[in-house]
Design a binder for this molecule. Structure first.
Ligand SMILES: NC(=O)c1ccc[n+]([C@@H]2O[C@H](COP(=O)([O-])OP(=O)(O)OC[C@H]3O[C@@H](n4cnc5c(N)ncnc54)[C@H](O)[C@@H]3O)[C@@H](O)[C@H]2O)c1
Length: 417
């Protein structure tokens, strides 16, 4: 039995919302799950999660009332929003989904409810943007008739070890009573403990800077890798040597895509701009990481002499997930296509998209680019890839998964970041 008696509604049942709904339901809470995506609700009602965050067994072992009917919000004491927070084409935060979901909640919430945001946002979003939308559409007064909370989600998609209940949860409410209630509620499902943040803005900022820090650390090793290329040495050898010092931070160069690390720093840039401040370090990290796809393409085109038949292996933004949002693999593919290359894609996890699919057996290729560290690729024999590439052709191994010496000895060109 749950320690608290609240009915909970999760708004947005994606990578974040669904595991959270599951965690509350597994503890015996009455959980409603609302999403505007009918297809998503249908698959969840049928006991399947296409994001692979929950197995069919996990999903089917709990009771969650999945619905596209916003009326379920009325029944809930705590409403938790896990709505996307992307950037637009100009890399500006796009709060439209959060605004729209807040309108829906405002129209349907009951008096006395606590409305909690889990989406990654810039400080001030919950209280200065979402609170007034909720007031406008509910006719209620924030802080009196209902209160706000913020608790960022820190899961790592595809990571079956650090799942929602095993990550310390940052929790903040707009007043101490709300914070107490939310700490007790989340404390009931989170085994890793609760961090009571000083206030909502602090919790919002903490989440955004976590991801920006990761972006910057990767940008640093990406820049190091570029410099190593100029110097004519292998960046992984350099990082291995430097990594023997006890306080050297271990990061690998790579493409930074997805909807978190490559996006959240822009939320900090935005709030800084609104407050009349320039971000130098945060913006530099984004610039370096956004430039890595071009570096890969330039090196491949140079090595194959401008044009050719290419297989890109790995379309998702990271390994072992089916999520292709903001994947840099697509930036690489588009640039290769624009250069006149005949590009094919392979991915054991990603759903079929616009790029024609092919396998290594459909070679020989002028170049094979291994861009994502999927388990299937980590277990692949280097010879299998060598056999698919023309003599003198290129194998680009972005994460150093293959046997570089074997590739070079075979007469193929080995490239890596
Ligand atoms: N995916 C992650 O690993 C991760 C980790 C930490 C934080 N976050 C943050 O959590 C938030 C949610 O991310 P996600 O990955 O779960 O997104 P997602 O796209 O997987 O899921 C969001 C869901 O919200 C639904 N939705 C959109 N608008 C809606 C509306 N108006 N009403 C109801 N439902 C609506 C969508 O249909 C979708 O199912 C984002 O702010 C993200 O940055 C994500």
């Amino acid at each position: 039995m749950p320690v608290n008696q609240q009915n909970i509604c999760i708004i947005g049942l994606g990578y974040v919302g669904l595991p959270l709904a599951h965690a509350f339901a597994a503890k015996g809470y009455t959980v409603h799950g609302f999403d505007i995506n009918e297809g998503r609700i249908e698959e969840l009602q049928n006991g399947h999660d296409s994001t692979n965050e929950l197995s069919d067994t996990q999903l089917q072992e709990v009771t969650i009332n999945f619905s596209t009917d916003a009326a379920v919000i009325k029944e809930c004491d705590v409403v938790i929003l896990a709505i996307p927070t992307p950037v637009d084409d100009n890399k500006k935060p796009d709060l439209t989904p959060v605004r729209k979901a807040s309108e829906t909640v405002g129209k349907n919430m009951k008096e006395g409810a606590i409305i909690v945001y889990e989406s990654t946002v810039y400080p001030g979003t919950t209280e200065e943007i979402c609170g007034p939308i909720l007031e406008e559409h509910s006719g209620l007064t924030c802080g009196k008739d209902f209160t706000l909370g913020y608790s960022p989600e820190r899961i790592n998609p595809g990571d079956k070890e650090h799942t929602v209940t095993k990550i310390m949860k940052i929790v903040a409410g707009q007043d101490s009573k709300t914070t107490d209630i939310l700490c007790a509620l989340y404390g009931d499902i989170i085994t890793a403990g609760i961090h009571r943040a000083a206030n909502i803005k602090t919790a919002e900022m903490a989440k955004a800077i976590e991801n920006a820090q990761r972006d910057l650390n990767i940008a640093y090793v990406n820049e190091v890798a570029m410099l190593c290329h100029k110097v004519g040495i292998n960046s992984s050898d350099v990082l291995e040597a430097a990594g023997t010092k006890w306080n050297f931070l271990h990061f690998q160069p790579g493409l930074v895509g997805g909807h978190c690390i490559g996006v959240d720093p822009y939320y900090l840039v935005e709030i800084a701009e609104q407050l009349g401040m320039d971000t130098h370090v945060i913006s530099a990290g984004r610039k370096v990481n956004d430039g890595m796809a071009k570096l890969v393409v330039d090196e491949v085109l140079d090595a194959i002499g401008g044009k050719g038949k290419i297989l890109v292996m790995g379309l998702t933004f990271k390994e072992d997930v089916p999520d292709t949002r903001n994947s840099q693999s697509y930036t690489v593919i588009k640039a290769l296509q624009n250069a006149g290359c005949d590009v094919y894609a392979h991915d054991p996890k990603a759903p079929n998209g616009d790029v024609p699919r092919a396998t290594l057996e459909d070679g020989p290729y002028d170049a094979v680019l291994l861009l994502v560290q999927h388990k299937e690729y980590r277990e692949m024999d280097t010879q299998h890839i060598i056999d698919a590439v023309k003599d003198g052709g290129v194998i680009y191994d972005i994460k150093g998964m293959l046997d570089a010496e074997k590739i070079t000895a075979s007469g193929r060109k080995f490239l890596a970041l």
